[in-house]
Structure formats: structure tokens, C-alpha cells
Design a protein around this ligand. Sequence first.
Ligand SMILES: [Fe+2]
Length: 473
Amino acid sequence: MLRFLLSLVFAGGLASAASAQPKDRPLTKIAFGSCADQNKPCPIWKTIADAKPELLLLLGDTMYADIEDGKLKAASPEKIVRSYAELAKLEDWKALRAQTPMLGTWDDHDYGHNDAGGEWEHKVAAQKAFHDFFETPADSPRRTQKGVYHADIFGPEGKRVQVILLDGRYFRSLLKRADKPLPGTRIVPYIPITDDGATMLGDEQWKWLEAELKKPAEVRLICSGIQVVNDDHPFEKWGNLPKERRKLLDLIKSTGANGVVLLSGDRHLGEISLDSKSVGYPLFDITASGFNQASANYRDPEANKYRVSSLPYGNHFGMVTIDWAADPVVSLQLRHENGEIAIQSKVKLSQLRAKPGEKEPAKPAVGLPEGVLAPAEALKKKEGDDVTVQFAVEAGRLAGKRILLNSEKDFKSEKNFTVVVNEKAWTGKLDKATFDTFKGKTIRVKGKLSTFQEKLQIQVNDEKDIEIVEAKK
Ligand SMILES: [Fe+2]
């Protein structure tokens, strides 16, 4: 009985134990989003409830404490508490909360002050109000730590989803603005801060994040109030602290954390961004913003060289669905206020994996006749297979009564393929001059794959099996 009750306990706040997601069941439907003014209608709370997600991730600006008479104004601690209470009494919110496990972080408006960071004078009071609202247990260490960052893992081994909620406010260094607006606008852009010591997460949170990323999980949803991948617009973004942005991307790579998808909010628009280079596999950042704060009318998308699709109008929320079939598929969706899917990117979980030791892609096997393999393809075959392989001889040597011809300059490279020409294969004398006839040339070799020191190679025993097909350009 105790174990049953414990399985219902949702680590970190939740609506009630009865609505908690059992930790041993794989998650298949996770809703997320940001930006809800509690004093405006928000029909999307009901839409999310109707979609029946197993978990709702609130990425910040869950309420607006810093709006008074329609204008931005830094909130008092009382105003923060009152704003949470205004949200909590909404009927649609209450119904959603009663049936849906929730985890949250904050952004600036629920933190209490527009674009505020570590300098915010009421951050301690804001944190208490946050935990009271999310019903974080009174004895939880989360109440005494500095900042609201938090992580949890759901699902059995092989189907684990790790949720990591970052706090990009409590420790963040003061941002800097340019000294004049962008031409033709009133927007005074933030400018990158590259000072040593300028931070987004602070030392403690960075250490915690590294430890979290080293925990085993198949899918990792990293939640950030502001966008990570989009580095182009003039507003708040991780790119305002470029060294911290790089640190995050490098940490994902260096910890070997596979299956990462970034979830973000803040921008009052929806979009999917994709960084295909930084972490060794496609890194998506899906922005859902807002629940009731997006522009009703089409607006031009903001600058974003990483954008793969956009939803520049209309209230919406995000949904991550996971089909845990043999080759699991993760679907990243933005859904309209009526619940319809507006845009989505589907990716196989097997693609969200860095390939160990493969720092650069294998040379493409373009232009080869049918049945002729590039070294990378030949190395995927097995001992005893009959193959024809073609490559430019990058290196090699005369070794006793044999000639070694290598496809890579470094024969120790995992990508190297070696052809061994034995003396008995050669009618003439096998010497340095013979080797020189192959050096730098493209050769095509036919033979049976054998192994030498656990590496596949071809031993040529008949000179008819090796030919020079073209001079190296
Ligand atoms: Fe925000």
C-alpha cells in the first residue's frame, strides 16, 4: 500500500495525489506552453484538459504579476501572490489542474518584473509564492534551494523521459542594451555580454544540470523560459550571453546526453528551430507562447536562421507525443486554441543520438557505379563478404613482400580501409616503384573481406582484382 501511495506522489508540486502520473508508466503525451494573462479569457486551459496530456509543463509567464492598469510595473510580493490566486480561481484552470500533473518554471512576468534577472529584489518572495502555488511539499529541499530549477524522470528503463526545468532568472547577470533603437523602430536591442563571470544559470545550477544530464534517460525535455537556439532577434534569449549558450550546447555534447529536445516560451509566437551542428545530432527548440498572449493576427516572423516552421499568429500550446514502438518516434507539435495540430516536426528517437567516434561525416559515396562501395560502406560489411571497393589512395607503404594501400592518411583512423597487395599477386617485382604507381590514384579492388587486428580489409592475390580507375584530381 505504501509503495502504491508513493507511486502516486509527484515529485515537486502537483494538483493532487489522485492526478499524479505514476512514475513507472511511460509518458506518451506531454503538453507545454507559456504566457497566460490571468485577467484575460483563456479557453486554452479547457482545450489542454480535453487533450488529456499525462503531464503539463509550464515554461513561465504562467501569470502576469507585473501588469497594472494595462502597463508594466514591477510587482510587490503581495501582487505576485494575488496574481497566482487570480489564476487559481479560474474554473477552466481548476478543472485542468484537478486532472493534470504539472511541473513548472518561471519567466519574467511570474517572477515579478519584466526582463528581470538575479538583481530582482523580490526574488525570494517570488520563489515562495511559486512553491505555494504549485503546492511543493513544505519539507521539500526545493523550497530552500535558491532558484526554482528542478528535474524528474518518468517511465521504465528503455522508455524514460527526463524533464529538466531551468531557472533562467534567479542567477542571471544584468543584461545590456544597445545605446539606440534599431533603425525605424523603438526596439532597443539587447547586446551580447561576453564578460567572464556573466551567467545565465549560476554555478550551483550548472553543476546540478551536468549531474542531471549524466543520468540515464531516453528522452530529455529541457525547459527554458526563453529561447535557446534562436539567436537572431533583439529580445531576451540565451544568445544575449553567448558563452553561456555555448556552454549549454557543449554540456549536452560532453555529457553524452542523447534524446534532448528544448522547450521554450516567452516570445508570444510559436516556432520550431533546429540546430543540426552543435550537439552531434539534430537539436530542436520548440517555442510555444502563448496560451492567451499570442497575436490574433498574422505578424511577420522574427529573424531566426534556425527556424524550420512557424506559427506567427494565434494562441496555442505545445505537445510532445512519443510513440514507444520498436523505433520510437517523437512528434513535436504546436496546437491551435481549438486543439488542432498547427505545425509539427516528427523525428525518430534513434536520430537524436550522437554517434560515438564519428566526428565528421563519412565521405559520400557519390558517383560510384552500382555495386562498388566506398570504404565507409565496405566497413559495414562482414568478414567473408565478396565486395568491390573504390577509394583514392591517401597513404600506404611497402611492407616486406606486400604493399599496403590506405584510404585515410592515418591508418589508425576508424574510417581507414586497407588493401593489401601480396607478392604472389604480382607478376613483376613488387617494390617501391610499384607502390608509387598507386599512390594518389583512385583504385577499384575486388575481393573477399578478411580481418586484421579486428579491422576489415582486402588481400589481393591476383593482380586482375585491382585496377586504377582514374588519376586523383
Ligand atoms: Fe517572458
